[in-house]
Design a protein around this ligand. Structure first.
Ligand code: ADP
Ligand code: ZN
Length: 768
């Protein structure tokens, strides 16, 4: 027997190895193995097992990593689809589906030495005092870890070993699981009685879960659960998961990393994971230690954990069989991975659901245009939770025209008179305020009033941000730092002006305007550690802070009953970026931030300061009108043929030499033009993966594209970043699977000059 192995170090190629007889019954598709590769020993994954190979004289597999196959056949299939669709090497896709902590050869369970009392013989020896003390503890506990015993008895391991020599105790290694939530008290919770809208949503999802894979219409397995925060979406997820468990299946719940708080995890653990079932919920996220991640993952693989909660990559968790996938906050762009494989976990979830016959529930208060459109055209089923469970009113939103506030003064003030007045009132009543500005630093530009010089980063085409606490200029892309000049470096004029607003300046202005108020800033400059984040939120919750100023860090999911005012300092900041999703982003962000006001008894109030107050994204957010926003935005997308009416592939060329980059981009453009004009007579021979091969065989890759639109090359919005020049081409088509394959073929064939690289991003979330 031979095994075909995919190695991380050799892209787009697989190699055959002989399976030695002693490993014959353990090597299978998905096994992680160590094999010889030239003079080295490398790790890989078995992708196929066959009788024989076309190659002669195969080298043998050296060993197997892990007791079980690590990659299940289903997840392997998903990885292959991902490689094809996102146009990346299958090895890269395979690598990303296993956490580093699981892939590593050395990864394993933690073993600790345990001391166990052995049955006492009749002739119990007379022990020295120290040994007797140790023995007494062991006898009482029956079993105790060596380290605990040494500490408790104030003794040494050598003394314990003496007892072992006498045949009184056994010292042997045992597995101890690393449980990141071992110290949390989990109190069981009971399912709530659902309201009518929740019950209807749950019934739709569970009906799809009941249906057998064969008799279910393909399209009915994906649901969009549209409901504002507090409308009871999570309770619907919990009860749908209970149904999956009752059917003997598992579930995966994806949440954005930032929402993966202990409170979120606890809600799921409380319902399913306590007492004798305490391993039922596994958590996968970036703050776990490697050991914890290893143990959580293997609990899933062994089937002891059936429910997985995690960020993006948890979509590859080896839950089997899988009944349900939940993607909470499905519109979040953090579901997209910004390095290869550049996948969107929401879209991978939908594909996995289809492949495995699992129901998929996407939840959001502000669904993405793509998902809502998919409901409109019948691909997904729309489920709505129109009201908050507690029937609380949505906060009252006022839009303040900052063009008026700016008139007659020297530039726009940080606070409009209206917002200032509202803050004053809150301080008088002892209520709390949140102020939101999605920009760190003090001011975003340093300009000379005489010659117009602007301090820019030497590595990026970006102005430097002034950071007041440390008196430095900093680049927010590459982190370059330089001192603040005393005079203009160009014309020596001492009059330097700071312009553009950051959170530090908001904090500073607040301290001047309201000296009696307790103001706290919260952004990533300040919060280097997770504890800081918890501490500040704790202080805010207990009323030690009056005004919290922050970036998007404070936009999500926080629940503060005493917050009755939210101020958005500069609402149109993201609106004028060269990105067709700018309006959608702004609408989502405003809706989210506004949702922080009035979560308690008192009705909340929101002030939105804007320079384009009549922009639809701002006006619809003001009225909490998602449908209205959707309808006008979808019209715009349709007219310009942007997603969801087409799909986008973004090609970026990078290099230190601008001329070379530009020239290469033009060359790529010529190659792409052939795709849309040539009637590719030959099937493209793509030895990428079987599924790609199948598609080639079906002839889907053949022929010119019906509707390929190519724009560029053009300089990226940020032409230079970290000393690399970037040029981009934007491709749009409705035939993305076909385009991905053609692009993979192009990337393979293309010879770029030294120092220039090309990346392909399918369904990008932004242009940068
Ligand atoms: P969402 O996920 O949409 O933000 P949640 O499911 O978290 O909403 O519900 C918000 C609050 O309402 C939670 O405290 C939850 O326990 C409560 N809740 C949800 N559904 C019900 C219900 N049917 N009856 C009573 N309380 C409910
Ligand atoms: Zn820089």
């Amino acid at each position: 027997m031979i095994a075909r192995v995919s190695l991380e170090i050799a892209l787009r190629k697989e190699f055959d190895y002989a399976i030695p007889p002693e490993l014959a019954d353990r090597v299978d598709v998905g096994s992680r193995v160590q094999v010889p590769f030239g003079p080295r020993k490398v790790l890989g994954v078995v992708t196929a097992v066959a009788e024989e190979s076309a190659q002669a004289r195969l080298k043998p597999i050296l060993k197997i990593i892990g007791a079980q196959t690590l990659v299940t056949a289903r997840v392997l299939k998903l990885a292959r689809w991902m490689a094809d669709y996102y146009c990346c090497a299958p090895e890269i896709a395979l690598k990303s589906i296993l956490p580093e902590a699981v892939r590593k050869e050395a990864a394993s369970w933690r073993e600790r030495l345990f001391v166990t009392a052995l049955p006492v013989q009749d002739d119990f020896p007379k022990l020295p005092k120290r040994q007797l003390e140790v023995w007494n503890i062991v006898e009482e506990r029956r079993e105790i870890s060596l380290s605990e015993l040494v500490e408790l008895a104030e003794t040494t391991a050598a003394t314990v070993r003496k007892l072992e020599d006498r045949g009184l105790v056994r010292v042997a290694p045992q597995i101890t699981e690393r449980d990141p939530y071992a110290n949390e008290q989990i109190l069981p919770s009971q399912p709530l009685v659902l309201n009518a809208a929740q019950a209807k949503a749950l019934a739709a999802v569970t009906t799809a879960m009941d249906a057998k894979q064969g008799d279910r219409a393909l399209k009915s397995g994906t649901f969009l659960l549209h409901g504002v925060t507090g409308s009871g979406k999570t309770e619907v997820y919990l009860q749908a998961i209970a149904t999956a468990l009752a059917q003997g299946k598992g579930a995966i719940v994806l949440v954005p990393e930032i929402s993966l708080t202990p409170q979120t995890v606890e809600r799921f653990k409380s319902r399913f994971s306590h007492g004798s079932n305490h391993t039922l919920v596994a958590v996968l996220h970036s703050h776990l230690s490697a050991g914890e991640r290893h143990d959580e993952w293997h609990k899933i693989r062994q089937g002891r954990a059936r429910i997985v909660i995690g960020a993006r990559s948890a979509i590859f968790a080896p839950v089997e069989p899988l009944g349900l996938i939940v993607v909470d906050e499905e519109h979040e762009h953090t579901y997209k991975q910004e390095e290869a494989p550049r996948y969107n976990a929401r879209d991978v979830a939908i594909m996995r659901g289809q492949m495995e016959g699992a129901a998929v529930v996407l939840g959001s208060a502000t669904p993405s245009l793509e998902s809502y459109h998919n409901c409109q055209r019948g691909k997904f089923t729309l489920l709505e939770l129109p009201e908050r469970v507690d029937n609380q009113k949505m906060p009252y939103v006022r839009v303040v025209d900052m063009r008026q506030a700016a008139r007659g003064g020297k530039g726009p003030p940080t606070f409009s008179p209206q917002l200032k007045e509202a803050i004053t009132q809150r301080l008088e009543k002892g209520e709390q305020t949140i102020l939101f500005l999605n920009r760190r630093g003090y001011s975003t530009a340093l300009e000379c009033t005489q010659c117009g010089f602007v301090a820019t980063c030497p590595n990026c085409s970006l102005s430097l941000t002034y950071h007041r606490p440390e008196q430095k200029l900093r680049c927010h892309v590459c982190n370059h730092i330089e001192p603040v000049p005393a005079a203009c470096p160009k014309c020596k004029n001492p009059q330097i002006r700071y312009s553009g607003l950051g959170t530090q300046k908001v904090e500073d202005t607040l301290n001047k305007l309201f000296p009696q108020a307790r103001v706290q800033r919260m952004d990533s400059d300040l919060l280097k550690r997770k504890e800081d984040y918890r501490r500040i939120l704790g202080d805010f919750r207990t009323g030690k802070i009056d005004i919290l100023v922050g970036t998007q860090m404070i936009a999500k999911g926080l629940h503060f009953p005493n917050v009755t005012l939210v101020g958005i300092i500069y609402a149109d900041m993201a609106l004028h970026q060269p990105d067709f999703r700018a309006g959608e982003r702004t609408f989502q962000l405003l809706t989210q931030v506004a949702g922080r006001a009035g979560r308690g008894e008192v009705e909340g109030e929101v002030f939105v300061q804007a320079f384009t107050p009549f922009h639809p994204a701002i006006q619809y957010a003001r009225r909490h009108d998602f449908i209205g926003f959707y309808e006008q935005e979808i019209e715009f997308r349709k007219q310009l043929n942007y997603p969801p009416f087409s799909r986008v592939a973004l090609l970026t060329l990078r290099g230190h030499n601008e001329d070379k980059v530009k020239f290469s981009a033009e060359h790529v453009r010529k190659e792409l033009d052939k795709l849309s004009t040539e009637n590719n007579p030959e099937p493209l021979s793509l030895a990428l993966s079987p599924s790609a091969g199948e598609r080639v065989a079906e002839g889907r890759v053949r022929g010119a594209f019906k509707d390929l639109n190519i724009a560029g090359p053009a300089p990226a919005p940020l032409l230079r970043a970290e000393n690399y020049y970037r040029y981009q081409l934007m491709l749009r088509t409705t035939q993305m699977s076909k385009l991905s394959l053609a692009l993979a073929e192009l990337v393979n064939r293309l010879e770029l000059p030294e120092g220039v690289t090309l990346t392909v991003d399918i369904d990008p979330t932004g242009l940068s």
